[in-house]
Design a protein around this ligand. Structure first.
Ligand SMILES: Nc1ncnc2c1ncn2[C@@H]1O[C@H](COP(=O)(O)OP(=O)(O)OP(=O)(O)O)[C@@H](O)[C@H]1O
Ligand SMILES: [Mg+2]
Length: 381
């Protein structure tokens, strides 16, 4: 993975021929940080990125690229504006976060509010796409894996690229996968199949780890993809001859808390894998606020001014409600639910998340109900 990132970084613009060895070393450091540490996230109180940051700063303190004290090594990239002959400097990712532009016609599922995480992961994932290397994003529900990859694919040059979405679920088998893989292809010569014309095709396999393993532990859908990547194709199920696929490759996303935790390593090794952390509370507020404020911009000022208080109150309530309950109820009260509700601010829609939360708070339950079961009849209405 380090070599793949280096391949994307060592362009003639970044490293003109004859550059000093410090320039190469700086890019090598950046490639190591993301190649080794890009897959780390935090889990059950252990922040693996923080641990990696401490290790890197300690063991490579004398390296030529000096990371500023503030934040972590993951917060910086190499400033492209450094002139030839000058030592390479770090620039903060937050300084290049694109501004969010609200599109009232956009579907909720396609909205991406740029954040520092989406900016840096998007930068490296985009670099992998340009190199035609498979890339995978891993993270919990709502960490924007799907919107981020879908956004990158939409931005590719339509004359040279096409993409095809495949959504795996617990029932997906090899035969379904083969059908989906073949759908966008046309026959080239003999047993060779590929995307129309001279285009390259990217399959976006979402929820890749969802297929249920069989009794031998095999996820046949993933095994078929693995065979295609390693051997170039799969068998025609009628003629029993090999079908080769050309000019195709894969990007994927998976949530390790839904579906299998691991996928077979013979498949995993093909992907440059990056962790997508779930946004911190203040970033979450920015995300929701950007969308709601954008949506309310055309409303009367009394209502559009309400955007911030509504979001703050809703997030505070969302944070409070799951405390007295087992984990289960919070699952259907995830921020995306709030998000959907707030996206249609009729008085009824605006009230519904609070009504729903209130039904779950112990104070509004009948005295006989348990405070830990986490469900109540009225919440399911
Ligand atoms: N910066 C952002 N970070 C997280 N979510 C965002 C962001 N911007 C927008 N969203 C919205 O949050 C919702 C969740 O994003 P998305 O569906 O991509 O999550 P996911 O990581 O693919 O989750 P899952 O594992 O459930 O598929 C989307 O509707 C998206 O529009
Ligand atoms: Mg998704």
């Amino acid at each position: 993975m380090i070599c793949r990132i280096l391949e994307g970084l060592l362009t003639p613009e970044n490293c003109p021929p004859g550059s000093e060895k410090e320039v190469y070393e700086a890019y090598f450091q950046f490639a190591c940080v993301w190649g080794i540490g890009g897959g780390f996230s935090s889990d059950k109180g252990a922040d693996f990125r923080k641990q990696f940051d401490a290790y890197w700063r300690n063991d490579y303190a004398k390296a030529s690229l000096k990371f500023p004290e503030e934040g972590s090594v993951f917060d910086y990239f190499i400033d492209p504006s450094t002139k030839k002959g000058e030592p390479k400097r770090c620039a903060h990712w937050r300084d290049i976060i694109p501004a969010y532009k609200h599109d009232r016609a956009a579907l909720y599922q396609t909205i991406l509010v740029p954040t520092m995480d989406t900016t840096r992961i998007g930068y490296i994932a985009n670099m992998m796409l340009k190199l035609k290397k498979p890339v995978m994003l891993v993270g919990n529900a709502g960490s924007a894996k799907t919107v981020l990859l879908a956004g990158l694919l939409r931005e590719l040059d339509e004359d040279a690229w096409m993409y095809y979405n495949i959504n795996f679920n617990s029932m997906t088998e090899a035969v379904d996968t083969q059908f989906m893989l073949e759908s966008p292809l046309e026959k080239k010569t003999g047993s060779i199949f590929g995307p129309p014309g001279t285009k390259r095709l990217i399959y976006f396999v979402d929820d890749l780890n969802m297929p249920t393993p069989d009794k031998y532990g095999t996820q046949s859908a993933i095994a078929l993809l693995r065979q295609q990547i390693d051997y170039g194709g799969f068998y025609d199920l009628k003629k029993l001859t090999m079908k080769k696929l050309e000019n195709v490759f894969y990007v994927g996303a998976m949530n390790p808390t839904a579906g299998s935790f691991f996928i077979i390593d013979r498949m995993q090794r093909h992907f440059a894998t990056f962790a997508c952390p779930f946004p911190q509370a203040e970033v979450l507020t920015t995300i929701y606020l950007s969308v709601l404020a954008g949506h309310l911009a055309n409303f009367v000022p009394e209502l559009s001014r309400m955007a911030a208080p509504i979001i703050n109150a809703t997030i505070a309530l969302h944070a409070e409600v799951p405390h007295p309950f087992r984990p289960t109820p919070s699952a259907h009260l995830t921020p995306p639910l709030l998000y959907r509700t707030l996206r249609h601010p009729s008085p009824h829609h605006l009230l519904s998340p609070w009504t729903r939360f209130r039904c779950l708070t112990p104070s509004c339950r009948p005295p006989s109900s348990s405070t830990t079961s986490g469900t109540c009849a009225s919440s399911r209405r």
